[in-house]
Design a protein around this ligand. Structure first.
Ligand code: FRU
Length: 494
């Protein structure tokens, strides 16, 4: 089997493991020049099972190097999702001879019991020792998982957010040393459309153009997401080190992403301080409805692009300010972008003609497409066929903007291989209004995915696709288009 990165469905600038199954990112943390990406990994096959923390590192969040698995399954105890911290002051006492310990906090999964465990590493995450007095929190429950731990400066305590998934309850704990934990609060939300909650993340994020910061609570929804199956929602509010209080009005449900393939995203701990930079998240680009059936081998599963998370404050006179999440691809991706094809105009026929002329100088399956639209209420809107097959002209992924419904859409019903699950094909939409009469779309195309960032990160839509090898074309339809930039993206695997 081909374990290289040269396959048709192999992501060229997203992380995927050389072989085997992955799901959630775990323990995202920066330490000593390295970004660590741990993840749910099956060392023995390409379906879910034998959960172990896999491991990859990067110096720029873009080029990843896969390392041997970090924390292995032990007997019948699987290592489920969790997080990782850098214990600079050696509060845990795991450090020796002045070496700063990295401490992982994860769910130990047994048939009828989930509890929270810790392990530490004294060699920059390469090898791990499980704490002898595990578990550190055990509520005698079957479902109790996915701890997110971080250092809370104002209270000088470690904080843990962890879930009772079926009750859709987030529990908050505090600890001076990562070993003894005291419960300090709970959060539930009657308005959540989720079936269950998994993989919480709590992080303070800056508000664009102000000195304000607010707390962002992200939750993965096991089901009930807008595109069907699993997805993510968020709340914004206050956190005093003990408990989170949402400031959103009840019923004001916010989704992190509107596509079908955005799950279990969490943010990095211990990021190097750089200006007023926001939090950085990575998600699992998948949906539990069909994750085990994706037509890839010998790997199954990939991560999304890292996103910088910030908030904007929208002020309308007379009404209270509205805060919204903004997600933008991290700046570190810029060096991957090659020389652009540029077009401005109004006539798509003329654009298609120019694309035809540009021919083989255009990128085929890994590129960034930047579109500016000036939608008119009555026009048909703009539709773009990506990854269009030159042999079978009906095979393409359609994206676009519907100005009448004010919706962004992606249609992958005929995007290539779609038959492996009845839940895969479909057309997905997100509400999106023009800003000052314009809609901008940043569309990151890889060999098996399309991530759309609309209106500077106001709306995002992440979807996998599995097009045939001759699906390399691109065609534009409709009206309202004003400018197009196409930049090839250089792969990260050698
Ligand atoms: C989310 C999840 C987590 C769990 C892990 C197990 O995708 O179900 O709740 O910890 O995957 O692999």
């Amino acid at each position: 089997t081909d374990t290289t990165y040269r396959q048709a469905f192999r992501p060229q600038y997203h992380f995927s493991p050389r072989a085997n199954w992955i799901n959630d990112p775990n323990g995202l943390v920066y330490f000593d020049g390295e970004y660590h990406l741990f993840y749910q990994y099956n060392p023995y096959g390409s379906r879910w099972g034998h959960m172990t923390w896999g491991h990859a590192i990067s110096r720029d969040l873009v080029h990843w190097k896969e390392l041997p698995p970090a924390i292995p399954e032990e007997g019948s105890t699987m290592i489920f999702s969790g997080s990782c911290v850098v214990d600079k002051n050696n509060t845990s006492g795991f450090g020796q001879n002045g070496v700063i310990p990295m401490v992982a906090v994860y769910t130990a999964h047994q048939t009828n019991r989930q509890s929270q465990h810790i392990a530490y590493s004294l060699d920059r995450g390469r090898t791990w020792t499980k704490y002898i007095a595990n578990p550190v929190i055990d509520l005698n429950k079957k479902d109790f998982r996915d701890p997110k731990v971080f250092w809370h400066e104002p209270t000088q305590r470690w904080v843990m957010v962890v879930l009772l998934p079926a009750e859709k309850k987030a529990l908050f704990y505090q600890s001076p040393n990562l070993k003894q934990w005291t419960k300090s609060g709970e959060f539930t939300a009657a308005d959540s459309p989720a079936t269950i909650w998994e993989c919480p993340d709590l992080v303070e994020v800056p508000v664009d153009g102000t000195l304000e910061r607010k707390w962002l609570l992200m939750l993965s929804m096991g089901g009930g997401a807008p595109a069907g199956g699993s997805g993510m929602q968020y709340y914004l509010g206050r956190f005093d080190g003990k408990s989170f209080v949402s400031e959103l009005k009840p019923g004001d449900v916010r989704y992190v992403d509107w596509g079908k393939d955005y799950y279990a995203a969490i943010t990095f701990n211990n990021l190097p301080v750089r200006g007023n930079r926001g939090a950085i998240s990575i998600g699992w680009m998948n949906n539990w409805q069909y994750a085990n059936d994706l037509p890839t081998a010998p790997f199954r599963g990939a991560m999304t692009l890292p996103r910088e998370l910030r908030l904007v404050k929208l002020q309308n006179s007379g009404t209270p300010a509205r805060y919204e999440l903004r997600q933008r691809p991290i700046q570190e991706l810029k060096p991957l972008l090659g020389a652009p094809f540029r077009w401005t105009g109004t006539d798509v026929a003329q654009l298609n003609e120019q694309l035809h002329t540009a021919g083989s100088s255009l990128p085929t399956d890994t590129y960034l497409l930047t579109l500016e639209l000036e939608p008119k209420q009555i026009s048909p809107g703009v539709r773009v066929q990506l990854r269009k097959n030159s042999q079978d002209e009906t095979e393409a992924t359609a994206i676009g903007y519907d100005p009448v419904r004010q919706q962004l859409f992606l249609d992958r019903s005929r995007s290539g291989q779609t038959g492996f699950s009845k839940d895969f094909p479909g057309r997905f939409t997100a509400p999106l209004k023009p800003q000052n009469g314009r809609v901008t779309l940043q569309v990151w195309v890889d060999r098996s995915s399309v991530e759309i960032f609309a209106n500077d990160g106001q709306v995002t839509m992440t979807n996998q696709i599995f097009p045939g090898p001759s699906a390399t074309g691109i065609t534009f339809f409709g009206d309202g288009l004003r400018s197009v930039i196409i930049q090839p993206i250089e792969g990260i695997w050698r």
